[in-house]
Design a protein. Structure first.
Length: 255
């Protein structure tokens, strides 16, 4: 997979849907604190950033930020997921041919009460097998145990060999229902296979979900950026979120 081909593949999406998971603002929201960790990602490196909640607090969600944003020179996201009871890890790959360093910042949202969070995962292989469309796609649905809600979630992409080019992206990474976190891994089929993993952070408190869609003009070239903001319902506070990007295409093939 070439640098320009991969970044075009990542940025030709026609629409982005962001989803926010929220909780009543008068409950745990007043106790939520944010921890963060920023790491520099030089050209040719794939670096993780791990944000850890202070002692006495628990992880209830997380997220990431990449600087600069996805443009011709800049890193791309290769993972964002919970890591144990108190940490959130986000990682980014900067291509060897890029000319500038990027940074990845991981955010962990922490609270003092005990939510009884439990992380459930599911993995699958994507890419590595030629397809008629030139695109390989795998969907994973991680279901929380009985009595627990999907409060947060994420993904990781484990690629073979040294960091060179990203072979899979997360087209969908979102809360699909009260008990399910959904991941769709997308890869150009002839690239080396990746092992994608979906994560669901499951807990007891009920949450509400808000969604908003923003449309991005479709283009086959790079540098086509857009943004969408999902706002929680009145009387609730954002806890975690996700996205759905699509369609992806190579030539006339779509997924």
């Amino acid at each position: 997979m070439t640098k320009s081909g991969t970044k075009a593949f990542l940025t030709i999406a026609a629409a982005v849907t962001l989803l926010a998971v929220a909780l009543p603002s008068g409950a745990l929201a007043a106790h939520i604190k944010t921890a963060s960790k920023k790491v520099t990602v030089p050209p040719g490196a794939d670096k993780p950033a791990k944000a850890t909640c202070p002692h006495g607090t628990n992880l209830v969600g997380g997220g990431f930020a990449i600087t600069p944003k996805i443009v011709e020179d800049g890193a791309i996201l290769t993972g964002s997921h919970p890591a144990g009871a108190r940490s959130w890890v986000a990682s980014a790959l900067n291509y060897p041919t890029d000319t500038v360093s990027s940074s990845i910042t991981s955010y962990a949202y922490c609270e003092k009460g005990a939510l009884g969070m439990r992380t459930v995962t599911k993995s699958a292989r994507v890419g590595g097998v030629p397809t008629a469309s030139g695109i390989d796609s795998k969907k994973l649905a991680v279901r929380c145990p009985h009595g627990l809600d999907a409060l947060a979630g994420g993904f990781s992409d484990a690629r073979p060999g040294p960091p060179t080019y990203a072979s899979a992206v997360a087209g969908v990474n979102r809360r699909a229902s009260k008990h399910v976190w959904q991941l769709q891994g997308i890869a150009i089929s002839v690239t080396p296979a990746s092992r994608i993993t979906a994560y669901a952070d499951c807990g007891k408190p009920a949450r509400k979900q808000a969604a908003k869609t923003a449309h991005i003009p479709q283009s086959g070239g790079n540098g086509n950026l857009g943004a969408a903001t999902a706002r929680c319902h009145h009387g609730t506070t954002g806890l975690s979120g996700g996205w759905a990007v699509g369609p992806f295409k190579i030539g006339r093939a779509h997924v």
